[in-house]
Design a protein around this ligand. Structure first.
Ligand code: ADP
Ligand code: MG
Length: 303
């Protein structure tokens, strides 16, 4: 195909494509050699077209010299499986109350179904992914999470037991680094294990942030099913200073799964992650837009 045989509009299209690639160069240089931890989850994961574009984006990120690490959730898929078994779960502050039957199902869905799907999608698009499960090989050590909640009547803080929900305490960073050095893209299911061998369901945002902190990742990207953090008028907050994030988390307009997400960003930044972004995984190529273009998307938290 010779260029001058193309119509003018086709020529403009290809020139635009070429210039987009060239414009990405400074961003590629900026991030090259960095570790970027990406939390993939929510509804973006259930859409086959988006799942394919995510897999290709991950491959591209790796190919240009960045080390992507994927930590995945599974909320909607876990909900479907629990529903099919007539198990209902309650949520407190965006976290699933998890009894022993529930944690077994969570483990099965995360480790055996979703993890494999993501690994296969990345491999099918030409990448080289390796599936890892947090509760195997001491990848993610955890203790039972004790949730601090305020009693609405007395305003007294109390600790709530929400079952087999874990708080990460350590990461086997050597194992992750071994895989990275081998050229693999780690895809991690957010399960944890305690000293007695009990497995825990860990909120995927929390797991991703903790891993990012321990690996001193340069970026933590949390993909979700909203544009980012929305203010009280439901308008996107594009930038948020770390101190503002600490205060916003207590606002009434921040609820449900957004709470652990923002808390994760704050903790990760306290642990040395430079930038964290909460972005819309429903937008095709959201990762590429965020990393390689001037107009990043979502809410970026910076210090
Ligand atoms: P994910 O599966 O991506 O972790 P979650 O459902 O756990 O998604 O968390 C994202 C959800 O948080 C949004 O879909 C939205 O319903 C809720 N949310 C609560 N407060 C806010 C807010 N201020 N801005 C954006 N989303 C919010
Ligand atoms: Mg969530």
């Amino acid at each position: 195909m010779k260029f001058d045989f193309l119509s003018e509009s086709d020529q403009a299209y290809f020139i635009h494509k070429a210039s987009t690639l060239v414009e990405a160069l400074p961003f590629i240089r900026e991030h090259s050699g960095d570790i970027v931890v990406i939390k993939y989850g929510g509804h973006a994961m259930g859409d086959p077209k988006l799942a394919k574009s995510f897999a290709r984006d991950i491959g591209l990120i790796k190919e240009v010299g960045i080390y992507p690490i994927v930590v995945h959730g599974g909320g909607p898929q876990i909900a479907d499986k629990l529903k099919s078994k007539n198990i209902t779960s309650k949520f407190v502050d965006g976290l699933r109350v998890t009894d022993i039957d529930t944690v077994r199902i969570v483990e099965d869905v995360l480790a055996n179904e979703i993890n494999t799907e993501i690994v296969n999608a990345i491999n099918d698009s030409g990448g080289k992914a390796i599936g890892l499960t947090g509760n195997k090989n001491n990848l993610l050590s955890a203790t039972k999470l004790k949730l601090e909640i305020k009693d609405s009547d007395s305003n007294i803080e109390k600790l709530l037991d929400i079952g087999f929900v874990g708080q990460p305490t350590d990461v086997n960073t050597n194992l992750i680094k071994e895989h990275i050095n081998y050229g693999d893209i780690p895809v991690i299911a957010p399960l944890g294990i305690d000293a007695e061998g009990n497995s825990y369901n860990i909120n995927a945002d929390t797991a991703a942030g903790f891993i990012a902190g321990k690996l001193k990742a340069s970026k933590l990207l949390l993909l979700t099913d909203v544009a980012g953090i929305l203010d009280k008028d439901k308008k996107l907050i594009p930038f948020l200073k770390l101190e503002e994030a600490i205060t916003i988390i207590k606002e009434e307009f921040v609820s449900g799964g957004m709470k652990p997400k923002i808390k994760t960003c704050i903790d990760a930044m306290h642990n040395g992650v430079t930038k964290t972004t909460i972005l819309d995984g429903r937008i095709p190529h959201s990762l590429v837009l965020e990393l390689f273009t001037e107009h990043g998307i979502g809410t970026q938290i910076y210090s």
